[in-house]
Design a protein around this ligand. Structure first.
Ligand code: SF4
Length: 416
């Protein structure tokens, strides 16, 4: 994605470094994990204006009090009900007595890299940690794009072979407000509006599609981030790209391909066994036809594994076979401690790019951001929550679905 290219140092991030370091220094030992409540009821964040108006009515208040709640949540971004100064104290007290809360989590740790990228660990209600990253880029005109790379799950069950998140295990899906609050936390720490959101943090968004769609609605309608500024990525979960297409979102689908053929893909992405490459490519073509939104194919370049000119040629052939509306985003591997993979040389990356361009495939190379901030997805969380995260709060159905995908079986993932 262009976002990660030609990045310039971002003075705003430097200016706030002192602030983020002081947050980091407050990090203390994390209490043990406790069971999370299973729904997002009684959490205000994530609710629409209409829902909030109904809530006010349910509490015997005038409807306009709901509008006030909406303003306080999404414009003023206030974190505690007792700080809703415009709302009568009696209403605030009633909300709290009934167990309502805003739904914002504290920052447990933040790390700032030299290029201005900031990675946050948020401490969720059940003491699990989730990563989110803010990536500032000043473009040629001097305006600032601030991208929030958000997580959709705590950990990830899919265990892609190159991924630190996959190595850290899986705990549970995030609720909609736990996705939305990541964007608000990035805005707060940068003191700047988030302009772009990419669902490329911890987790596989398609295994948590219902909450991802609800968070997408809230980010678009309530936090007011344009749909075209939102990217949903997936490594491929059977039946879910089709389901996503039915929402006709004007958002980009990013398909994490990583290999030009099924055999190699299964080596790199074990869950690919459940979703043959031809079926994925067909679903991506259908997504483009349904939404008119170009699909971005993410391709992590692993030295000596999938980074040869022959691989690039095969990739170009695959893409042309499946039509138009595609773009390749190359990601030179970001070295992870203990990984079997290496980053390819610049020469090999250039050769790969040239081979694609020669065959008329549009391609970009993601500039690695935040190498000094444990930038690879999942790296920072793994430092602070080392033991594999089990599934204490995932329901049985979800566990079964996850297990089936991991074992390479066909599975239908429900969005409701
Ligand atoms: S790359 Fe994505 S889908 Fe694969 S293990 Fe990591 S977080 Fe999960």
């Amino acid at each position: 994605m262009a976002l990660f290219q030609q990045a310039q140092l971002f003075p705003l991030a430097r200016a706030i470094r002192f602030r983020t370091q002081s947050v980091a220094s407050m990090a203390s030992s994390i209490p043990p994990h406790k069971k999370s409540s299973s729904t997002h009821s009684r959490v205000l964040l994530g609710m629409s204006e209409l829902d909030l108006q109904q809530l006010a009515l349910d509490f015997g208040q005038e409807k306009y009090r709901g509008k006030q709640l909406y303003h306080l949540l999404y414009k003023r971004k206030i974190k505690e009900i007792q700080d809703f100064a415009q709302v009568p104290l009696a209403f605030r007290n009633d909300l709290e007595k009934e167990g309502w809360r805003v739904g914002r989590s504290p920052v447990y740790k933040s790390v700032t890299s030299a290029d201005g990228t900031i990675k946050l660990l948020l401490q969720l209600e059940d003491n699990l940690l989730v990563e989110t990253v803010g990536i500032p880029v000043a473009d040629d005109s001097g305006s600032i794009r601030l991208t929030a790379c958000v997580s959709s799950q705590v950990g990830c069950p899919l265990r892609c072979s190159f991924c630190a998140t996959g190595k850290g295990g899986f705990s549970r899906n995030l609720k909609r407000q736990e996705i939305v609050e990541q964007v608000l936390a990035i805005e707060e720490i940068f003191n700047h509006r988030v302009t772009n959101v990419v669902f490329m943090g911890m987790g596989e968004p398609m295994l948590n599609l219902k909450e991802v769609i609800e968070a997408h609605r809230c980010l678009n309608k309530d936090v007011q981030i344009g749909q075209r500024m939102i990217t949903i990525s997936t490594v491929g979960v059977p039946n879910t790209i089709k389901r996503l297409a039915t929402y006709k979102l004007q958002s980009t689908l990013a398909l994490s391909l990583h290999a030009p053929n099924q055999k190699l893909r299964e080596q790199i992405v074990p869950s690919a066994k459940s979703y043959p490459l031809d079926a994925i490519m067909k679903d991506c073509r259908d997504y483009f036809e349904e939404t008119s939104r170009r699909v971005s194919f993410e391709y992590t370049l692993l030295a000596g594994v999938n980074d040869s000119v022959e691989h690039a040629t095969e990739l170009a052939e695959l893409l042309h076979q499946w039509g138009r509306g595609h773009h390749v985003n190359l990601i030179p591997f970001n070295t992870v401690e203990g990984s079997e993979y290496q980053r390819p040389s610049k020469k090999r990356v250039h050769a790969f790019v040239n081979a694609l361009e020669l065959r008329k495939v549009t391609v970009s190379v993601r500039q690695t951001r935040g190498l000094d901030a444990s930038a690879a997805c999942g790296q920072l969380r793994n430092q602070f929550q080392k033991s594999p995260l089990l599934v204490p709060s995932a329901d049985e159905q979800q566990k079964a679905q996850v297990s089936a995908v991991c074992q390479g079986k066909q599975v239908i993932v429900s969005s409701s």
